[in-house]
Design a protein. Sequence first.
Length: 314
Amino acid sequence: MRLSIIVPCYNEQEVLPLFYRKTGEVLEKMGCEYELILVDDGSKDGTLAVMKDLAQKDTHVKYLSFSRNFGKESAMYAGLSNARGDYAAVMDADMQDPPSLLPRMLDKLQTGEYDCVAARRVSRKGEPKIRSLFARGFYKIVNCISEAEIVDGARDFRLMKREMVQAVLSMGEYNRFSKGIFSWVGFKTAWVEYENAERAAGTTKWSFWGLMKYALDGVVSFSHAPLAFIAWLGLIMTAFAGVMLVFVVVRKLIFGDPVAGWASTMSVIIFIGGLQLFCLGIIAQYLAKTYMETKRRPHYIITETNDPDAEKIR
């Protein structure tokens, strides 16, 4: 039995040695063969140097370094593509995914009842309130309109059997939203709950607007509801316009009083124009995603690695 631990890293030189030490201690106690796959997502600090140093000291460590910043989704995809273990786990390096959960997750998988064991935060202690509010709202909205169920508080931290890893890799779409992909491929998943852990060192790489963009990507990737909303909105606005037209004609014929008011007319025109641009913006999001998919660009490009068998472009 062999475990593959995939760790996407972007400017994590401060926390990476701590993560390596804590995770290594847990894996050694578990007594199984393992590989630690560290993916440098185009870091601008000394993250790659730390990875190389760890790889020289420990043969369990493999590092993959991207030619530029491709994003966390690409880093996870690269790690899973190059994992050789019977089980594969995805973890963040900031210690917000407690390594101490790994033995319990593996025990659940080995019962044969589940194909995946995922971690879920039961609290958001230490997280900004506005961020928590928007996060909870996102989960409620996406579960209402999406074909994939995403559990509130779910992390990317999960341990999967090889069969599920292959299913995830088979979804080779360029615009990736892993939380949705993990749900869409199915398989029996058990949830391990834990209290929120704060970052051990360094600063978060996710800004508020970055998270908003990520949430929008998730909605566009796994739901057609916004397009259906546009269609129904157009139908409603057409019906409303028809009613107003009848009202204007009847008022003119009966009372001989046309509807006056330049200001009100301009307000309606501006409102309709803004509504049209908004709807076009939604359509443009889907069109842009389709455009990027048709280009068939690689998800990542690896320029440095200590794994001679690594897939350098995929």
